[in-house]
Design a protein around this ligand. Sequence first.
Ligand code: ZN
Length: 225
Amino acid sequence: MELRRKKYSIVSHIKNIFYPEICPYCKKVVRLGDFACKKCAEKFPAEPYIRRAIGGYLSVSAAPYEDNYAGAILSFKFHNMTQYKTQLAIPVAKAVWREYAHIDFDFVTCVPLHKKNLADRGYNQSELIAKEMAIMLSIPYTDALKKTRFNQPQHSIKGVSKRASNVKGVYKPTDPKLIKDKTILLIDDIITTGNTLGECANILQKYGAKEVFCATFATVVSKTT
Ligand SMILES: [Zn+2]
């Protein structure tokens, strides 16, 4: 697996003069293609990345879900800051490149949104990150899953078992043939309980995926460990 820096067109460079890229963590102007300003890049969590076992699947995250990292991913997710997509994808791509160096992925996919959420938000934040990573890692991107049932947001539900049952049966493959015997990299933005990511990985496995590995930008880190 190779990790390449994204190439920018002349149009992107010109656009950047008028709408310069900013650091997702402190909002300072940065050079096109830099994932953060120098100060925030130095402070960014270095290896080892945060590893979690999500329902029997290995997952790696680039940052803890706290402080400026939570601020950046939440602005990206809820406040239209899609301009962060490459900057947020860079540390996730690096984490994947390091942690899964020996894995030969057939494709990258992401946790899908229900069409109602997609219509409200206008984009799927996890898909934007996954597609950017696919370019950097030279792995094809495939829409492998769809969300067929609308459910309540996980963060609005109290109770471990209620959260687990809230995601059951809401995801389906777009086409089972795409999944069978494939080694898949599954991307999401944030892991909280891991129920959503685990359920999506289960569906891929159920439809015959050879192996499923997960990666996210951020994860909740337990303070007790
Ligand atoms: Zn900064």
